[in-house]
Design a binder for this molecule. Structure first.
Ligand SMILES: Cc1ncc(COP(=O)(O)O)c(C=O)c1O
Length: 400
C-alpha cells in the first residue's frame, strides 16, 4: 500500500512551476535557456513597500496576527475595494491568505462537497481544476473560442451550468490569454447567472492593474450589484506590486464563506507573514503611479512579441488587453516534422521541441485546457524577448 494519499493521484504538480524549474535546471547545466514560463513580473518590489516591511520588523511586528489578517491590512483592502471597485466590504467580509492561490484554495475547500461542480472557462489558470479535485469537487471545463477572444459567452455559460454547479470561476484579465471581460460582457454573463440563484461566482482579479490601451477593468459584483451576495472577489498584491515572493492574497465576499475560509486557514497556515502584511498595507495605500510606468513597458513588450510572433510562418497571435501573457496559436506547427524526424502531434510536443531546439521555455496550451496554443510570459527583458522570438521563428520555420 502506498504511503501517499489516494487523492493525490487525481492531481498533478503545477505545470507552469515545472517549466520554470526545468528552465532553471537546464540553465544551471550550462544551456543558454530563455525562460518565458514564469508568471511573475521581472520588476522589483517598490522601495516604499520594502521600507514598510523593514519598519514593521523594527517595530517588532513579528508575532502572530489575526487569522483573517491584521485589521490595518483589512482596512487597507476595504478602502481599495471601495476606491477601485465601488465595493463595500466590512472587515469581517475580508480574508487574507498566503497569496491568491491559498485564498482560492481555502474558498474551494470551505465550500465544496463531494461531486459539486465548478465551472471553469478554458483557457484557465492551471491551478483551478486541481484545487477543485483536491476539494473533492468536479471541474467542468467550458472551452472558449479564440474567435470570442477566449472568453465565456452567455450561451456558453447557459449550456455549461447544471443543477450541481456550485461555483463559476471568472478570471479577468486572464492567465494565460491576457484577455479581459468588459463591463458589458460581465453584465451579459450576469443576466444568465441571475436565472441560476444557487451558483456562486469566484472572480480572480489578480491582474486587475495590468491592463493596456485604455481597457477599463471591471469586476462582476460591481458590474451587477445583484450578484454581490454570491460573489467572492479575489485579488492579490503579487502581480501589480511585483510581490510574488511576499505571499499576500485576499478576498472580499459573503461573511459565511469568508468565516469558513478563516476556519480552514486557522488549522493550516494561520496567516501569511506579519511582515508581508505590513508591506501589503503600504502597497495598497501608498503611491500607485509606478504601476502606469511599468505598464507602459509591459505594453511595449507585448506589442513587440505579438508583432514578431505573427511574422513566424505557422503561428498566429492575438493582441490581448492585459496581464503579461500572450497565447499564440501553433496549429500551423502541429503535424509537421522536426529536423530530427519527430512529428509534432500536440502543443506539448511543440513546446518540448522549442526547449530542445531553440532553448526557449514556454508552456503548452494543454496545461491551460485549450489547444493548440502555448503561453509566453513577456515579463522578462526586451532583449531576451526579441532573441526568444527570433529563436522561435528559426525553429518553427525549420519544421517540414
Ligand atoms: C490567475 C491567477 N490567479 C492567482 C494566482 C496566484 O497568485 P499568488 O498566489 O502569487 O498571489 C496566479 C499566479 O500565477 C494567477 O495567474
Amino acid at each position: 500500500m502506498s504511503v501517499i494519499a489516494a487523492r493525490l493521484a487525481k492531481i498533478k504538480p503545477s505545470p507552469t512551476l515545472a517549466v520554470t524549474a526545468k528552465a532553471a535546471e537546464l540553465k544551471a547545466a550550462g544551456r543558454d535557456i530563455i525562460g518565458l514560463g514564469a508568471g511573475e513580473p521581472d520588476f522589483d518590489t517598490p522601495d516604499n513597500v520594502k521600507k514598510a516591511a523593514i519598519e514593521a520588523i523594527e517595530r517588532g511586528e513579528t508575532k502572530y496576527t489575526a487569522v483573517a489578517g491584521t485589521p490595518a491590512l483589512r482596512k487597507a483592502m476595504a478602502a481599495k475595494f471601495k476606491r477601485e471597485n465601488g465595493l463595500d466590504y466590512t472587515l469581517d467580509q475580508i480574508t487574507v491568505g498566503c497569496g491568491g492561490k491559498q485564498v482560492i484554495y481555502n474558498a474551494l475547500m470551505a465550500t465544496l462537497n463531494a461531486g459539486d461542480e465548478v465551472l471553469i472557462p478554458a483557457p484557465y489558470w492551471v491551478s483551478y481544476p486541481d484545487m477543485v479535485l483536491l476539494a473533492e469537487g468536479k471541474p467542468v471545463i467550458a472551452a472558449c473560442r479564440e474567435a470570442d477572444a477566449f472568453k465565456l459567452t452567455p450561451e456558453g455559460l447557459e449550456k455549461a451550468l447544471t443543477k450541481k454547479t456550485k461555483w463559476l470561476i471568472l478570471n479577468s484579465p486572464n492567465n494565460p490569454s491576457g484577455e479581459g471581460y468588459t463591463r458589458a460582457e460581465l453584465r451579459a454573463l450576469a443576466s444568465v447567472l441571475l436565472k441560476h440563484p444557487d451558483v456562486y461566482v469566484l472572480t480572480d482579479d489578480i491582474y486587475e492593474h495590468l491592463v493596456y490601451d485604455g481597457f477599463e477593468f471591471s469586476t462582476l459584483a460591481q458590474a451587477e450589484p445583484k450578484l454581490y451576495e454570491r460573489t467572492l472577489t479575489v485579488n492579490g498584491v503579487a502581480k501589480a506590486y511585483a510581490m510574488t515572493g511576499w505571499r499576500v492574497g485576499y478576498a472580499g465576499g459573503p461573511k459565511d464563506i469568508v468565516g469558513a475560509m478563516n476556519k480552514i486557514q486557522s488549522q493550516s497556515t494561520t496567516h501569511t507573514s506579519s511582515i508581508s502584511q505590513a508591506a501589503a498595507v503600504e502597497a495598497l495605500s501608498g503611491p500607485q503611479d509606478f504601476i502606469a510606468e511599468r505598464n507602459a513597458v509591459f505594453r511595449e513588450r507585448r506589442d513587440m512579441v505579438v508583432k514578431l510572433l505573427n511574422e513566424v510562418a505557422g503561428l498566429t497571435c492575438r493582441t490581448p488587453v492585459g496581464a503579461f501573457y500572450v497565447y499564440p496559436c501553433c496549429k500551423g506547427a502541429i503535424g509537421k516534422k522536426t529536423p530530427g524526424g519527430q512529428t509534432l502531434k500536440t502543443d506539448g510536443d511543440y513546446v518540448a521541441y522549442l526547449l530542445e531546439a531553440a532553448n526557449v521555455a514556454a508552456v503548452q496550451g494543454e496545461a491551460f485546457g485549450l489547444s493548440p496554443y502555448f503561453r509566453i510570459s513577456y515579463a522578462t527583458s526586451t532583449d531576451a524577448l526579441r532573441e526568444a522570438c527570433a529563436r522561435i521563428k528559426r525553429a518553427t520555420e525549420a519544421l517540414t
